[in-house]
Structures are given as C-alpha cells and as structure tokens.
Design a protein around this ligand. Structure first.
Ligand code: PBG
Length: 333
C-alpha cells in the first residue's frame, strides 16, 4: 500500500512545487532586533564575541533602529549599559538613566513603525551583576542571595520609569517569582494599562549568554542558578509560562531558542497568548565563528535556525540578525 503509490519526493521535485507546499514562512514583522546602548560613548564599540554587533552611541542607536524599521522588523529590544553601577541598580529607574533616555529617543524616532521594547532587569545596572538586589544571609560566612520580594519593588519602579520614557513593551527577564503580576499592578495603578508585558517565562541558566555578558559589561561573578532554570527541566518551563499568563503576561517567551525547541513547542501548545523565542548571544556567536572559519554557510545556517524556531512554534523571534534576515526574506532569499 505504500511505495510505489506513495512518493513523498513528488512534493520536492522542483523549486516551484517546493515553494508551493512549504509549511513554514519567515516574515520580517516576526523578528525583533536587540540593541545595546552605552552611556558616554563617542563612537560605537564592537563586541568582540558578537562580530557585527556593537554597543551603540545615542546617534548610532537611532540609525540602527531606523534601519531596522526600514527592513520591516516588528520591534527593537533595548538594553542599556550605564557608566556607573550600584548595589540596587539606581540607574534603572532614573529618568535620566541611559536606557530610559534611549527609549524616549527611539520612541520618537521609530515608535510608529515598530514596537520599542525595553529589557526590565537589574543586572546591567547593579555593581554585583545579579538580576535583583541582594540580601545577606543570616548565617555567618554564607553567601548573599537575591531577595525576590525586595527585587519586585525595584522592578515596579523600573517599569514605571520605562513606561514614562515611552516603552511600548517591557521585557521582564529577571526570573523573579511574581514579577509579572507585581509589575502589571504597578503599571495599572499609574494608568499605564496599555503598556505590554513580555514575560521571559522559561529562561534557562547556562552557557549561551556568555557573549551578552561582554555586550553589557556584566559585573557578575558566579551564576544565576537560584533564579534562572535548570536546563534539564521542561515541565517546569511550562509551569512558569502558565503562571505568567495567570499573572497577566501579554506574551510569554522561551530562551535560549535552538537548544530549547521542545520547551517552545510545548509552551505553544499550552497557552493561548503569543509565544516568542530569544535566539541568544551564544547562538549568534557560534554561527558567526563557524562561518568566519569557512566551516558553515552563514546565510544558510541563519535562515535554517530561524525557520526551525518558527516551525517549533515561535510567533516572534528575537535575533541579532533581525534586520539582515528581514532584508533577505523580503528579497525572496
Ligand atoms: C538579563 C538578560 C540577559 C540576556 C537577556 N536579558 C542576560 C542573562 O540572563 O544573563 C541574554 C541575552 C543574550 O545572551 O543574547 N538582563
């Protein structure tokens, strides 16, 4: 009953037939470009572990965002690198802090063409590099730990500062319990009922954020394993996404992307809000390094990875290749 009646290769016989039956489309509007802006720069600074990505000045940031808008990407996600850091990350909710100033600049420049989004986390702003404020343990000699509930107060202040600065969507990437509900309540109490919340719901601790730490000049020593997730835990990722939806997340995210496609597919099947994925710095760096060595076809690997993330269920993908890939896609590859 099978072969020779069934010949799946019939569907692959020519470019025209393959194009007609292709299941998965890449479109520019489903890509979001992460951007780094650093306080006090005169010139953009290349990030050596992320060839092609820079820490922007205010001016080069504006140009990059305009370029992304022209390429048709759906949004930009802003990360700020402050000149001065402290224990509670004061720069994060300072209206004159680098991230908030840059947000206002971009909202004015490209806010009608795409959604200007901001990273809501303390790690770029703290002198210890953790995503929250620290509490000294009661037991002498034991290490300080990240104080969940005290951190929520800092996130609420940061959320209001970002909303006031003109951010359309807050990316809650700190993995504190209750952060979505707490930030939602703070926004609503001040009338910011339209500000969107993107919850980094299933965010796994691990090695793939390495280049990002250079990008934001991270001060972190140690790791984030008391708040980011164990890479082996898929069920827990679904639980986190369900909790975030319950707390009012408009969009949930899985991160990193390619190593966690199973989690992505399962989250997609479990919730009815948009599900996004973050193709992180380490994923970017691996392809760039292999391509630079002539070991892999750069364009092919980029488009294949984006297709795989989309196929697994991502409505939108954050990727450092967003603007470039958007142009390839629009040109029909
Ligand atoms: C936290 C944050 C991180 C990334 C995005 N938001 C760093 C971390 O969790 O250590 C990583 C993104 C990437 O690696 O591309 N503010």
């Amino acid at each position: 009953m099978s072969f020779p009646v069934h010949r799946p290769r019939r569907l692959r016989q020519s470019p025209a037939v393959r194009r007609l039956v292709s299941e998965t489309d890449l479109v520019a509007r489903r890509l979001v470009l992460p951007l780094f802006v650093r306080e006090g720069l005169a010139e953009p600074v290349p990030i050596s572990s992320m060839p092609g990505v820079v820490q922007h000045t205010m001016d080069s940031l504006r140009r990059a965002a305009t370029d992304a808008a022209e390429a048709g990407v759906g949004g930009v996600m802003l990360f700020g690198v402050p000149a001065v850091r402290d224990a509670i990350g004061s720069g994060a909710d300072d209206p004159d802090g680098i991230l908030n100033l840059a947000t206002t600049a971009l909202a004015q420049e490209v806010g009608d063409a795409l959604v200007v989004q901001t990273d809501l986390c303390l790690d770029e702003f703290t002198d210890h590099g953790h995503c929250g404020v620290l509490r000294q343990s009661q037991e002498p000699g034991s290490a300080a730990s990240v104080d969940n509930d005290a951190t929520l107060e800092r996130y609420a202040a940061m959320a209001l500062a970002q909303a006031r600065a003109g951010s359309g969507m807050l990316g809650l990437s700190g993995m504190m319990d209750g952060q979505v509900g707490h930030v939602r309540a703070a926004l609503d109490a001040e009338g910011f009922t339209d500000t969107l919340i993107l919850a980094y719901s299933a965010k796994y601790a691990g090695a793939f954020y390495g280049p990002f730490r250079e990008a934001v000049d991270s001060q972190l020593k140690g790791d984030r394993r008391t708040y980011q997730m164990d890479p082996g835990n898929a069920r827990e990722g679904i639980r986190e996404a369900l909790l975030d939806v319950e707390e009012g997340a408009d969009v949930v995210m899985v991160k990193p992307a390619l190593p966690y496609l199973d989690v992505l597919a399962e989250v997609r099947a479990s919730v009815d809000v948009p599900v996004w994925a973050y193709q992180v710095s380490g994923e970017y760096a691996m392809v760039e390094a292999a391509a630079a060595s002539g070991w892999i076809d750069r364009r092919g690997a980029i488009l294949e990875s984006l297709t795989a993330i989309r196929r697994a269920g991502a409505d939108v993908t954050l990727t450092y290749w967003a603007a470039e890939a958007a142009r390839w896609i629009s040109a029909g590859r």
